[in-house]
Unconditional design. Sequence first.
Length: 293
Amino acid sequence: MDALQTLWEVLIGPFAEFAFMRRALVATLALAVSAAPLGVFLTLRRMSLLGDAISHAILPGVAISYLWFGLSLGAMALGGVVAGMLAAALAGMISRFTSLKEDASLAAIYLSALALGVTLLARQGTQLDLLHILFGSALGVDANGLLLVAGVASASLIALAVLYRGLVLESFDPLYLSASGHKGWLWQQAFLMLVVLNLVAGFQTLGTLMAVGLMMLPAVSARLWHDTLSAQLLNASAQAALASVCGLLLSYHLDTPSGPTIIGCASGLYGASLLLAPGGWLPQILRRPHRVG
């Protein structure tokens, strides 16, 4: 009986007792089921760096909106969306009209954007404002923030279901997609918009520096477990959800920042996948033929 009570207090009690924990749980689970599948498509398209670049690039937009309108969630979200789309478009233009590859232009853009955003916040804001925007606070999500995250997650899942066939074709066989009369760049822009929206929704809970972690780490781990796309999508969402729950509980009991703790749990699952997954180190070693002396 004592063991069951202890388990209840450790695993269920924080969510049953505190409304802010329930809001944080709903927000992070919503992000888990919407952002992680997008990460799978990013890895599939060899665009993993894009998520990191956009997550940093939204910072100047969030910072400028904050300086103009204060802590207005709608204004900061809109500023982040505009900045993220501008960064993605600028990276494409640089790679198209110069000799630089897209990954090089993305690296330059996200470093420049990160420096600009931090400078703006440090100059006009407070240290608390800077830390909140960079690292987020899942435990501080209010009703408006929860509505934003839930709305973006719902819209992303619906859009991903509608765009799924086109995204798969555009990822695996873009030439066939073009030959069948579809414009590949339209699919890519729609996909980029979903990525930006999810990163903007995640900045309040995980911060602009951590939001991409819930998108990419479970996606990379899922590729080690499965070869089929559908299984990777489900696995990535499940890992992101598990990391969210474990991260919130550890953050509560250990009094650590919620965003980095959630991403730390996702990193732990990635490490376990590297070791134990079918595509990981240990199964690869066991499958090697043993020499008979």
